[in-house]
Design a protein around this ligand. Structure first.
Ligand SMILES: C[S@@+](CC[C@H](N)C(=O)[O-])C[C@H]1O[C@@H](n2cnc3c(N)ncnc32)[C@H](O)[C@@H]1O
Length: 273
């Protein structure tokens, strides 16, 4: 699945595309650029590009308040977040407590919500926030709730990310607003919207056909001179929306659990590939 420096396990995570993105950045003189993910999720590629010194600044944007609060907390309240990891037991009782926080956003702070999101992401099946815990509520499965929760490794990762905070912007905008208001040179956008077909099952905020169309219109209108790629599950509707664009297809493992492969479209702007 490719190396990941993201503390989040992310369904549909694009880590596997790291080498392809690196290649595109190098071929197009984009080393040292500002790298923007308007639909960031686990932001695996962004973090790795920053760690490996390929880009100078990253913008991690996600409209889902729980994902945003995770990124915001680890970058801006690192010590408190690490203390929560250290003192929180990884048990089913705790899972119920964290699930309550996740479901009652308004009663809790960004830090509490960010931690609940992280806890559920690391303890749920396939990292899906709406799924149940690994091993089941009765913990009768072969794998147990804490099998993806190596505290020391996760703390080290989070501290490394936080040390780079001067190069990281965290935002909680609708991607369409982020794109509409964007005015900066030497930038590159990696746009990974919710899948056309499977998005509803995997993520909290989902897109309908009209949202995909509107997003395309906003990208075409506002990012004319900025290099970008957009990725999608292969389907006729999306091919039609981006009919004028050069398209490539890549094969990715699409689930954290199964080894099944799925093809994805990639459309390009202002890039030699
Ligand atoms: C396909 S996932 C991104 C996965 C990510 N590229 C990765 O590798 O982990 C889509 C993400 O977009 C977010 N999202 C959904 N609707 C959004 C919107 N209107 N604006 C910004 N983010 C949105 C979801 O919360 C989800 O985290």
């Amino acid at each position: 699945m490719g190396i990941s420096y993201s503390p989040l396990r992310y369904p549909g995570g694009k880590n596997q595309m790291y080498n392809m993105v690196l290649d595109i950045l190098e071929k197009n003189n984009l080393r040292g650029c500002h790298y923007v993910e308007p639909f960031a999720g686990g932001a695996g590629i962004a973090i790795r590009l920053l760690f490996e010194g390929v880009v100078d600044e990253i913008t991690i944007n996600d409209f889902d308040i729980s994902i945003y609060s995770f990124w915001h907390s680890i970058v801006h309240q690192t010590d408190e977040f690490v203390a929560l990891i250290e003192k929180t037991p990884i048990t089913i009782d705790e899972w119920h407590r964290q699930k309550y926080i996740y479901a009652n956003v308004n009663e809790f702070s960004l830090l509490e919500l960010g931690f609940a999101t992280f806890f559920l992401n690391r303890t749920n099946r396939s990292g899906i926030l709406k799924a149940g815990p690994i091993g089941g509520l009765d913990q009768s499965g072969n794998y147990k709730i804490d099998c993806r929760f190596n505290k020391l490794r996760l703390i080290a990762l989070i501290q490394r990310i936080a040390e780079n905070r001067a190069h990281i912007n965290i935002c909680n905008l609708d991607a369409k607003c982020l794109i509409s208001d964007f005015h900066r040179d030497h930038s590159f956008f990696f746009i990974d919207p919710p899948y056309f077909n499977k998005g509803k099952k995997l993520y909290t905020n989902f897109f309908e056909l009209d949202d995909h169309r509107e997003l395309a219109a906003i990208i075409e209108a506002n990012l004319k001179d900025i290099p970008w790629i957009i990725t999608y599950d292969v389907c006729q509707e999306i091919r039609e929306i981006y009919a004028k664009r050069i398209v490539d297809t890549v094969s990715l493992n699409y689930s954290l659990q199964s080894k099944k492969k799925a093809n994805e479209f990639i459309f390009f702007n202002k890039l030699s590939v």
